[in-house]
Design a protein around this ligand. Sequence first.
Ligand SMILES: Nc1ncnc2c1ncn2[C@@H]1O[C@H](COP(=O)(O)OP(=O)(O)OP(=O)(O)O)[C@@H](O)[C@H]1O
Ligand SMILES: [Mg+2]
Length: 229
Amino acid sequence: MSDVVLEARHVSKYYKLGTETIKAVDNVSLKLRRGDFVFIVGPSGSGKTTLLDMFGALSHPSKGEIIIHGKKLKEFNDFQLSMFRRKHIGFIFQTFNLIPTLNALENVLVPLVPQGYSKEDVKRARDLLVEVGLSHRIMNRPNQLSGGERQRVALARAFINQPKIILADEPTGNLDSKKGWEIFQYLRKLNKEKGVTFLIVTHDIEYIKKGDTVYKMKDGKLSRKSTLT
Ligand SMILES: Nc1ncnc2c1ncn2[C@@H]1O[C@H](COP(=O)(O)OP(=O)(O)OP(=O)(O)O)[C@@H](O)[C@H]1O
Ligand SMILES: [Mg+2]
């Protein structure tokens, strides 16, 4: 069996604004294998979030196709797509997308709501919050948390379903360097011990290690960067 977990074939995304067409993502092809730890860097507006959203089945490509665990996303209807996404993909949003009326623990449990969750799941959600350093903030709602703390709730939520693929859009964007390192240590541990595949958009190149795969996005195009030395 192939160990490719996510494949993009000639994926483009166009936005129409009046008479202008913006090529936010322009003919991107990419393969991610089990256990890959891959970064995407690139300037603001280059299409990184647009690309990640399509990989996370949150929006559809204008052209091309995305295949995850051997399944073509365009063959799913919206309901199937949302079930598939919940089961297989952990998504960390640039803007966190936490639900303001729920506390940290409830936010982490959100992806489990459709199928229902058990006491063990609640314990796991707590453990995840402890693991990301939020043991003292479990009952706080997002507006009672700092930006960095919200980000860590969003991280814990991405892990709750134990997905094999995690897509992260600036996962350390609001964290100081020490907290950022802790988060990356945790991501790398999941990657090493559980073979979770990571695709991470970041501006913080300090977290990129020698040997990591790095792609650069520019004007919607993706190119492989020789790894940092
Ligand atoms: N819904 C939309 N409608 C029209 N244009 C959009 C839309 N979403 C994004 N764009 C445009 O597409 C391009 C890519 O945006 P995207 O959010 O993917 O950039 P990015 O690389 O994630 O930037 P950043 O580093 O600032 O987060 C930008 O020019 C943006 O203005
Ligand atoms: Mg972005």
